[in-house]
Design a protein around this ligand. Structure first.
Ligand code: C2O
Ligand code: CU
Length: 473
């Protein structure tokens, strides 16, 4: 066997390699060896790996998967405290994150939500799903009292786009605390993108990022509930990562040195063609990015959130995971060059009407968070849209902070951000820059009913930055 060359340099900037950091990443090496992925070859001659002993870096793991059978997924989501993980932790089915639900277009999804939180009210939202907002569908006006349960049922359209969506509580006033406590899980819709060459063969990982919280005095995000897990990849291997930022209030500004991200989907919607991002990838709370990565030279690379934001939103560099390229190298497969065309490119559609929607805040006490001058009132319909129309929304942010705009039920096409035309893509969560303006087009082609749009910084939402829209026939 030939000796694997030592990586030329750690794939992390000098300075970030504190002694403790070395110990932790080195431990990744030790852990992987037990997986039989050939780390010993890497370790030989590798001072990094030799300097450490078996220890404390946890492995990447995924939540339990529950998938539909014969067109139906019927499951319980029991919302409960998870005391063993901390005094304020809450999860579905006792885990953080909750189980991953996997469905296909045309399936029926039945969820019995049980409120065993021991006090607060709750409910459930399927973020990113294009399903009815009425009755026991994706209806956030439902309240599930302590000790009660509610039977949700969702008919997933046969033309639903495939991708990563998620579920989380949405009871107004409690959403931030409950999502922040850990209540969230992935909801994967399978679809044609999964069968494209270059993607179909790629091992898939779901990365549910939550946090940050302080662990041993420093800030950490978790990935699938694990602090700084080691993620193994073989040199040259292509993996498909589905990343969800399920944090209540914090974006991640994601960078993995030496590993460009080849984006293939956003917010559960396939892109028409891959988009390669070298710099940091900003993922606002609730946004999802699916991407391909290819294993770099043997060694370690730190997946981390770079410093981001200003004023009250500023956050430092925060570690997320440690990627370990290890094992028998494989010849990199060609990346796909084309994905799935948009079913409808709304740039080519004349909108039936235009609206201006303004997100605003002031820092009085209590702070004022509003859309079009008003805080959330569940009994008021702020916007009435007509079924079958396409609207253009100019969403303005008059404040010095970012606000991730999110609308339920619908996917929107992002036309421009601060006047800069955007490549064609559908999304459901769009980060509004400070003092900025985003132009969206929304196809209200199906699903009449009442639902909401809001800021997905859940502290803002809970303080009223949410409005009601009703789609009428
Ligand atoms: Cu992810 Cu209205 O929410
Ligand atoms: Cu906001």
């Amino acid at each position: 066997m030939s000796r694997t060359p030592r990586p030329k340099s750690p794939v992390t900037p000098a300075g970030a390699w504190t002694r403790r950091r070395l110990l932790r990443t080195g431990t990744a090496a030790a852990g992987l060896a037990s997986l039989g992925v050939g780390l010993s070859r890497l370790a030989r001659g590798d001072a990094l790996a030799q300097s450490v002993a078996p220890g404390d870096l946890d492995k990447y793991r995924e939540p339990e998967v529950r998938r539909s059978v014969d067109g139906v997924l019927a499951t319980t989501l029991d919302a409960q405290p998870v005391a063993e993980l901390g005094p304020n932790k809450m999860g579905y089915e006792g885990t953080i994150p909750g189980p991953t639900l996997r469905v296909a277009p045309g399936d029926v999804l039945r969820i019995d939500l049980v409120n065993n939180l021991g006090g607060p009210m709750t409910n459930l939202h399927l973020h990113g799903m294009h399903v009815s907002p009425e009755g026991n569908g994706d209806n956030v006006f439902v309240t599930v009292e302590p000790g009660e349960s509610f039977a949700y049922e969702y008919a997933i359209p046969t033309n639903h786009r495939g991708g990563l969506n998620w579920y989380h509580p949405h009871h107004h006033g409690d959403a931030g605390a409950q999502v922040g406590a850990g209540l969230a899980g992935a909801l994967v819709v399978e679809g044609p993108i999964d069968r494209l060459p270059g993607i179909a063969e790629a091992p898939e990982r779901i990365l549910i990022v939550q946090g940050p919280s302080a662990a041993d005095g420093s800030l950490r995000f978790t990935v699938n509930g694990v602090v700084n897990p080691e993620i193994a990849i073989r040199p040259g291997e292509t993996q498909r990562w589905r990343i969800l930022n399920a944090s209540a209030n914090n974006p991640v500004n994601l960078l993995l040195d030496g590993y460009p991200f080849h984006l293939i989907a956003t917010d559960g919607n396939p892109l028409p063609e891959p988009r390669t991002v070298d710099g940091p990838l900003l993922i606002a709370p609730a946004e999802r990015y699916e991407l391909l990565v290819q294993g770099g030279p043997p060694g370690f690379a730190a997946l981390r959130s770079l410093p981001w934001g200003e004023l009250g939103q500023a956050q430092p560099e925060i570690p997320i995971a440690t990627v370990v390229s290890v094992g028998e190298p494989v010849a990199p497969r060609p990346l796909p060059t084309a994905l799935l065309p948009l079913d409808r490119d709304l740039r080519e559609v004349e909108p039936d009407r235009q609206r201006i929607v303004t997100f605003e805040e002031d820092f009085s006490s209590p702070p004022f968070f509003a859309i079009d001058g008003a805080g959330f009132d569940p009994d008021v319909v702020n916007v009435t849209a007509k079924l079958g129309t396409v609207e253009e929304w100019v969403v303005r942010n008059t404040s010095p902070e970012w606000h991730p705009f999110h609308i339920h039920v619908m996917d929107v096409q992002v036309i421009s951000i601060d006047g800069v035309p955007q490549p064609p893509a559908y999304k459901d969560t769009v980060n509004l820059p400070p003092q900025g303006e985003v132009v969206l087009r929304i196809p209200f082609v199906d699903f009449p009913g009442k639902f909401v749009f809001h800021c997905h910084l859940l502290a803002h939402e809970d303080f009223g930055m949410m409005a009601v829209i009703e789609v009428v026939p």
